[in-house]
Design a protein around this ligand. Structure first.
Ligand code: 13P
Length: 248
């Protein structure tokens, strides 16, 4: 029996509509228990349109590292809480690559999220070039250390997501063995900060997860769920993934 309850996260990115909000909430509401923990991270403008008291939680895809003030276009952790979010994705590779988010900012965001009562989902992952140069573990260690070396107490309040950049949106999923090897490394690496928290932390996989390939991923010992982009926009596929995760 697995100790860590599986977590399935939908990252809609800058996609979706009020129609999809309705269709997704209707579809999830009829799924039978037992279910994994389910989290929907739509564009924040849609958060308040989801029904309250559902069998899933809501999250955001990003937030400001600032608490309040003159930061045009930004949204604070407190505002996300007010809008109904319990979680926030932090350090997604698209934020790192397209918006220049540095490890130092990501580290601050994780702290601010936890202080506000949000659960951060810290994304880490390597590029194809880094993998080919056999630098994967080194890159991941740097990304993890940037957050937890100086703030190890945050680990007990976090979810970690391994998202190899070469697998995102490409249809080229990591094999279950490749992903398990990295997840195991992440857990072992985090144990230097807090053995108990490293054992309890959910480490979820992201990168071209579909209803067809998720079962084999979920069967691996250190893969505690998935962070899903494209397939989370398809109601039937996402529902099927949730149903399969509950059995893992
Ligand atoms: P895809 O599932 O579309 O590959 O996206 C993964 C991802 O980036 C989730 O955060």
């Amino acid at each position: 029996m697995r100790q860590r309850k599986p977590l399935v996260v939908a990252n809609w990115k800058m996609n979706g509509s009020l129609d999809l909000v309705q269709q997704m909430s209707d579809a999830l509401s009829v799924l039978k228990q037992p279910l994994p923990d389910i989290l929907i991270c739509p564009p924040v403008i849609f958060l308040s349109y989801f029904p309250k008291h559902a069998n899933y939680k809501l999250g955001a895809q990003n937030m400001s590292e600032q608490l309040v003030g003159a930061f045009t276009g930004e949204i604070s952790a407190d505002m996300l809480r007010t809008a109904g979010a319990s979680h926030v994705i932090i350090g997604h590779s698209e934020r790192r690559a397209l918006y220049g988010e540095l490890d130092s900012v990501i580290s601050q965001k994780v702290k601010v999220a936890v202080d506000a009562g949000l659960t951060p989902i810290l994304c880490v992952g390597e590029t194809l070039q880094q993998r080919e140069e056999e630098k994967t573990l080194q890159v991941l260690a740097r990304q993890l250390d940037a957050v937890y070396a100086a703030q190890p107490h945050l680990l007990a309040h976090s979810v970690v997501s391994y998202e190899p950049i070469w697998a995102i949106g490409t249809g080229q999923t990591a094999t279950p063995q490749q992903a398990q090897q990295v997840h195991q490394f992440i857990r072992q690496h985090l144990a230097q900060y807090d053995v108990q928290a490293a054992d309890a932390v959910k480490i979820i996989y992201g990168g071209s997860v579909t209803a067809a390939n998720c079962e084999a991923l979920f069967a691996e010992a250190d893969i505690d769920g998935a962070l899903i982009g494209g397939a989370s926009l398809k109601v039937a596929d996402f529902s099927a993934i949730c149903t399969m995760a509950k059995d893992s």
